[in-house]
Design a binder for this molecule. Sequence first.
Ligand SMILES: [Zn+2]
Length: 207
Amino acid sequence: MKLFYIAFSIFWLCAVFAHAARTVVVIDAGHGGKDLGCHPDKFYEKHLTLDTAYRLKALLDMRGVPNVMVRDDDYYLTLQQRVSKANKYSRAVFISIHYNYTKSRSVRGIETFYFGGAGRSYSLAKSVHSSLLGRVYVNDRKIKPRRGLYVLKHTRHPAILIEGGFLSNKKEREAISKGAYRQALAEGIAEGICKFLGYKKRQILLQ
Ligand SMILES: [Zn+2]
């Protein structure tokens, strides 16, 4: 009997392993309210982090990845409040979004921090950082262990803090001020999270 394959449509979708479906992505937009973050030339870090967080949330929603925002508007939260929002979940990853500042105006690039040794936070940092660099063409300031960052130290889940570029560098500040840059950054973060959680592209054949 002759088989006729009338049509095949191939969709590549981000599909979920059962364990990944239960992992909540906790999105932490750095600073907020009275805590402005760095703010050269009226570019407020707290607004830029919130915007990037919303972009990341939209991308995760599209892929069906459970997520929650630590703050969803311009208000102040202590570091302890941020951590406790993450720690109430049994399975989560914690993604803290920041933009950088330093007195040396020439310094630029993206860096990703984690706490501890070569554990799950390091794996998450590696996955997200490499995806980021595939989307945003900036100087690679690498993945770095950091002991002094409260949110990374006290979150009991894989946790990273992304510094998505330097607001102190004029060229980078101009890029960060554009929605396209923050969108590319969010796409890189989302892709890295999906890879880390074991979401994979699945081929679906429709007849
Ligand atoms: Zn910051």
